[in-house]
Design a protein around this ligand. Structure first.
Ligand code: SF4
Length: 98
């Protein structure tokens, strides 16, 4: 069975679990949750591929540890509530493609 065939049978969670995170003690994404209260659709919750944004009692809860550094949340936030930067060199996600 080829690598491509094996990948087709894996769930996205399985593929992501091949990656390694060297999580920095300081968050590389800061969310101003006071702005989230004004946001009607909360696209970050729906579009973050790592599910870093969740709803808890009608409030957005964010955790940066599993971030894929894709930048989607920064782009889709209509309230500009997100301050985004890459983690310091060597920190964050280390992608593994095999
Ligand atoms: S950068 Fe991507 S993976 Fe990280 S929190 Fe934003 S949407 Fe999620």
């Amino acid at each position: 069975m080829s690598t491509k065939e094996v990948r087709k049978k894996l769930r996205i969670e399985d593929i992501l679990n091949n990656n390694v995170w060297d999580v920095d003690y300081e968050a590389h994404i800061i969310v101003d949750t006071s702005k989230c209260a004004k946001c009607e659709y909360k696209p970050c919750v729906r579009l973050c591929p790592a599910e870093c944004y969740t709803m808890v009692d009608d409030k957005v809860l964010f955790s940066y540890e599993g971030c894929l550094e894709c930048g989607t949340c920064r782009i889709v936030c209509p309230e500009e509530a997100i301050t985004w930067r890459y983690p310091p060199s060597g920190r964050g996600i280390h992608f593994r493609f095999s």
